[in-house]
Design a protein around this ligand. Sequence first.
Ligand code: URA
Length: 433
Amino acid sequence: MRMYDIIHKKRNGGELSDEEIDFLVRGCTDESIPDYQLSAFCMAVYFRGMTDRETTALTMAMAKSGDCIDLSGIDGYTVDKHSTGGVGDKTSLIVAPIVAACGGKIAKMSGRGLGHTGGTVDKLEAIPGFGTELTSDEFISQVNNIGLCIVGQSGELAPADKKLYALRDVTATVESIPLIASSIMSKKLAAGSQGIVLDVKTGSGAFMKTAGESETLAKEMVAIGKAAGRKIAAVITNMDIPLGNYIGNSLEVIEAVKTLMGEGESDLTEVCLTLATQMLCFVTDKSEEECRAMAEKAIEDGSALNKLREMITAQGGNAGVADDFSLFKQPKYQIEIRSEKEGFISHTDAEKIGIASVILGAGREKKGDPIDPSAGIILKKKTGDFVEKGQTLAVFHTDDSTKVKDAEKEFFDALTFSDTKPDNQKLIYKIIK
Ligand code: URA
């Protein structure tokens, strides 16, 4: 078999066999296929697409290209969630403790921030002492003991995807639905949970900017999960407006705690309850209404917040942060950003808000850069709110006052004002099962 023929076939719109896909994934993993041929293949897929069978074959081959986590030592139903990434998206910190408090087993591997979007591992590491590197025995044993463990990715999970993703990133071939679906699902399948709930974000702060694109991606990922024998659902949710009011690592942990206390913003609470409900449907086989009631009760009776405290303690962190937010590292500066205009906020470019937060120190400009756990933004006004000139729009948290001007410019660029109140946006677009 020759890589040249595979590229040629895909370039001309042909359908690749499972053997051809296995060949290219093997060659990608053992580096026998050069980068220029893999890049040409990605571009051919970008223009020609893939059938559902090809996408599933690519996913399975990439999932098997490295370690597959064995969760069979966990007593109970394992369920995972994955978000396609957004601004202010702290849902894992809320949903995982809710589901664990209701009997689900969460053995979760999370990532760090990417571009303008945050990552769960960076957020958890904002908790003093919290460790995200555990051995696989410690990981399994913590899930058996308390039902919940969230760690960074260890070992070589889907190395073929890692290689292809790095090439896509520099060859303008990221935005291809079969390539995104196979990339995300190969890692989720290798991570081993029996049930998977996907939060597919849509809008200005998401990878997929329209609900239509997000639905196609969601359907593709659900089809792959089913073909792999997993229980799977995808919830398409709004990421045109940042989720909740807090953006940045320790700020997002604080907002997660408030939400688990029942004092969360309505948008964040609703997305979390919807995701938790879908996960609990897999864990319990109860109706959606019953699962929703279980999730709500776990917030009301404090059991979900206790689960978060248990996880923090088990992973070496100071669980006192849940009762005393001053235990988080504090920023040197807290700066009120006041409106230069009057009117309704008619649109927010959530990606630009995410970038402003990165500029303040909450994210990385490039891989490996240090981040400031206390940096970020508290939004005081959001899309649909009326703002008077001089009113506070947001509070910036940072240790570096020289960054404020650039962050402020990005922040103001993100906001569009109008004289009339905009229509309310949908929060949950669709659930695909
Ligand atoms: N996240 C991934 O893991 N892969 C993609 O291709 C896009 C987002």
